[in-house]
Design a binder for this molecule. Structure first.
Ligand SMILES: [Zn+2]
Length: 277
């Protein structure tokens, strides 16, 4: 009897000690993370998973065939990418419109675009986005009575794409036009405005710094005169970011050479420090 009570007491004390230890480690990591982010403008760690979901052999073959970003990752990086891709696909509702058919490859490439753009961020699920609606070609909007190639609708939590234009952006990797990158850049931007996690804070702070940078009239004149950034970017600050992210992904070397301060700001916002960037 006495022995049983003694064991229970030991167990209770052990549990309390272990919980306290966990709490101390958690608080330490939280403080370390906050200090690291404010100092280095990026999270101390990005990829940490207790269990990684896997893609099929066929799905990996699709990535190898179409996504140079994936091919440049290390084997550990590839496994993290595959895990994120699987989580992203499971989380979103893919809705085909008109006679569009969601073949495996199509769904994978759309989701891979989002996963690539958020690969330097700790949080990557974009809760602001629930549905991905795809039309075979440009779709008619009854709101502004025009045909659209793509749009992100935060009210409906939906990203809408024309497959024909998405596919063209994906196929031609160096013309600075990429519909998928453009629309997901909008989604990430708006997501960061509504959230307070590490990635969102780094992104929002970076965007404020980007706007400060663009107030430099000399830089703005150089940007406009260069013709490197297409006219549509100057519609408003949201479009500017989305267009510049397209260029960042497709022509990193030229972008870095022409506008290094702008390049560095985009790289910081997405924490995009991978081979080729
Ligand atoms: Zn846009």
């Amino acid at each position: 009897m006495i022995k049983e009570e003694f064991n229970f007491g030991m167990l209770f004390t052990g549990t309390i000690t272990f919980s306290l230890l966990l709490l101390i480690v958690f608080l330490f990591l939280k403080v370390f993370d906050t200090v690291y982010i404010s100092w280095f403008k990026r999270p101390a760690w990005v990829h940490f998973y207790l269990y990684k979901k896997k893609l099929s052999r066929e799905q990996k073959a699709i990535l190898r065939k179409h996504l140079s970003f994936y091919n440049r990752l290390s084997s550990v990086g590839k496994r993290c990418f595959e895990h994120r891709l699987k989580c992203f696909i499971n989380d979103k509702e893919f809705i085909p419109r008109q006679d569009f058919v969601f073949e495996e490859e199509r769904k994978l490439l759309i989701a891979a675009t989002a996963v690539m753009l958020t690969f330097g961020m700790r949080k990557f699920m974009l809760p602001i986005l629930e549905k991905i609606i795809v039309y075979p070609t440009a779709f008619y909007s009854t709101i502004d009575k025009r045909y659209h190639k793509g749009e992100f609708n935060p009210r409906l939590k939906a990203l809408v794409l024309s497959w024909e234009d998405f596919e063209e952006g994906f196929r031609i990797e160096d013309d600075n036009l990429n519909l998928g990158i453009h629309e997901f850049a909008h989604a990430i931007h708006l997501n960061s405005m509504k959230r307070s996690d590490t990635a969102s804070l780094v992104f929002s702070d970076g965007f404020s710094e980007l706007l400060r940078l663009l107030r430099n009239e000399n830089l703005m004149t150089d940007i406009k005169n260069s013709g490197f950034i297409r006219e549509y970017a100057f519609t408003n600050e949201f479009e500017f970011l989305a267009v510049v992210v397209e260029i960042f992904i497709e022509s990193p070397s030229e972008f870095k050479r022409q506008f290094p301060s702008l390049y560095k700001k985009i790289q910081q916002m997405f924490n995009f420090r991978f081979a080729g960037y």
